[in-house]
Ligand binder design. Structure first.
Ligand code: ADP
Ligand code: MG
Length: 151
């Protein structure tokens, strides 16, 4: 069990990503992350939330959930969407599709940079299909030194 859990839900619209980004930025700063790391965390959050809104939501009303967990040595962010698949259709999270996304990433291609950024800048990045047929993306950022948080 984490030392503190924060849950947020936003409409699936890009407009609401910026306030969440500001909140998480302030939180990371208060937790003692360096300015560079705060910027990394915000960028990753931006990319993961944009994907949940643009690729993982049928419309704005379905919403995107965020579960933020603070522990002695980690800040973990889980972004949960409800997906756009029709019943019975295969999840996009196949080995083939992920390899294709990775291989298509190039200077001339607009797509495929978000997952790469989230993977590169976080200490742990995990994508899973969830119970509603959407995607759960979990990213973890480690404190340089384990902290002793008083809550
Ligand atoms: N939450 C998600 N739900 C469904 N598909 C996703 C999700 N996140 C990413 N994808 C798929 O992975 C692809 C690559 O994502 P990304 O690297 O962020 O690039 P971009 O969003 O610019 O296409 C997307 O085009 C989409 O097909
Ligand atoms: Mg993206």
């Amino acid at each position: 069990m984490a030392q503190a859990d924060i849950q947020l839900q936003i409409p699936s619209a890009a407009f609401y990503i910026e306030p969440v980004r500001a909140f998480v930025g302030n939180l990371a700063k208060s937790l003692g992350f360096s300015r560079k790391r705060v910027a990394d965390i915000q960028l990753v959050l931006d990319e993961v939330c944009s994907n949940a809104v643009h690729h993982g939501s049928v419309n704005a009303t379905v919403g995107v959930k965020l579960c933020i967990s603070i522990d002695t040595d980690t800040l973990e962010i889980l972004v949960r969407d409800t997906g756009t698949r029709h019943a019975g259709k295969k999840s996009w999270l196949t080995h083939e599709r992920l390899s294709e996304i990775e291989m298509n990433r190039s200077p001339n291609n607009e797509s495929g940079h978000g997952i790469f950024i989230a993977k590169s800048l976080s200490d742990m990045h995990e994508m899973k299909t969830n119970a509603s047929g959407g995607t759960d993306v979990r990213v973890v950022f480690r404190f340089l030194k384990p902290r002793d948080i008083e809550i």
